[in-house]
Design a protein around this ligand. Structure first.
Ligand SMILES: [Mg+2]
Length: 334
């Protein structure tokens, strides 16, 4: 990992960074102990490299007082989620950190410890990157590198009319978790708030499910910007319309409790983002195969709608009639 020559980091900070980041590269021979100008990586035979980058800014993508362990883990996990969306497996990553002068040794140690834990869990290593100092908020950028069998990458654009729309896990926990962490969900019990907060801080990249959907899903992406908006990307990519049955969207027990207490929160769940679940299309005839693949991957999936001719995304109520998103949340179209 280089530290920029023209940067304003102090020599002592270089040593600090080397101390915390070099161990993250220890098991990646191509990282050359972060001491060379660049890293080396051989694509596995018969596979295509898959690359994605995601950045996080303090105060925008994470709370400045979030535990540094979970900040590091979330940075890696949101990138792993992009690999999952393509059906890819991780190999390694490059990371650039812009740290403020008062980012101390304990913060860096905890940040790196979080990365080390999730590297071991998901099987990837730090390959290189850069470290600079900033007078602005802490900014972290990670470029993940993975691989997928040649020709097997899942894409956003392949849905066909008549395909079913599926989603993994539960939707809305991340957005409600942010509310819980900022004191806007206080009527919920402590246990429920803790579950939602943990889903906000530590999304679960669905790598096993993404890999299992190869040959089954006709289109796939991860939900980062909100379910409705991201389903819109799948619909637009296919030149089709999509319908989401609101009642079929899976909610965790604390999310269901929060929505029951205030129905406007359904809109928060469906549009809030930070879910990092997979949303995908598959032919209706493949429904049993999808369920079997999900069971093998150990990830629950739910059929939440379908694709048809037209354009745009329609959210429907329990009676099948379209709902409209207004100031009071979702309501029947007048
Ligand atoms: Mg994505």
């Amino acid at each position: 990992m280089s530290t920029s020559e023209e940067g304003d980091a102090l020599p002592g900070e270089f040593a600090l960074i080397a101390r915390h980041f070099r161990p993250l590269a220890a098991h990646a021979p191509g990282a050359l102990a972060l001491s060379d100008d660049a890293a080396l990586l051989d694509p596995p035979p018969g596979r295509t490299l898959v690359l994605a980058a995601d950045a996080m800014v303090a105060g925008v993508h994470f709370l400045p007082d979030d535990p540094p362990e979970t900040i590091g883990r979330k940075l890696l996990r949101v990138n792993l989620s992009d690999l999952a969306a393509m059906g890819a497996e991780p190999l390694g990553y490059l990371m650039t950190t812009a740290l403020s002068k008062d980012t101390g040794d304990p913060w860096l140690a905890a940040f790196a410890a979080g990365l080390a834990e999730d590297q071991a869990r998901f099987g990837c290593y730090l390959l290189g990157g850069d470290t600079v100092s900033t007078t602005g908020p802490v900014t972290l950028s990670l470029t993940i590198i993975g691989s997928v069998p040649k020709g097997a990458a899942l894409k956003r654009s392949g849905a066909r009319a008549g395909d079913a729309l599926w989603v993994s896990g539960t939707i809305g926990d991340g957005a409600l978790g942010l509310l819980a962490l900022t004191g806007r969900l206080d009527e919920l019990g402590g246990e429920g708030r803790a579950h939602l907060a943990s889903r906000y801080r530590l999304p679960e990249p669905r790598l096993a499910l993404g890999a299992a959907l190869g040959g089954l899903a006709t289109a796939c992406m991860d939900v980062s910007d909100g379910l409705v908006q991201d389903v819109g990307h799948l619909a637009r990519g296919a030149g089709l319309a999509a319908t989401i049955e609101a009642a079929a969207v899976p909610l965790s027990p604390p999310a269901a409790e929060a929505v029951a207490a205030d129905p406007t929160r359904l809109a928060t769940c469906l549009t809030g983002g930070d879910d990092y679940e997979l949303v995908f299309a598959a032919p209706e005839a493949a429904a049993d195969a999808v369920r079997a693949a999900a069971a093998r991957a150990g990830v629950p999936v739910a059929r939440i709608g379908a694709f048809g001719p037209g354009s745009g995304v329609t959210v429907t109520g329990a009676d099948g009639a379209p709902l409209r998103l207004g100031r009071g949340g979702w309501s029947h179209v007048a």
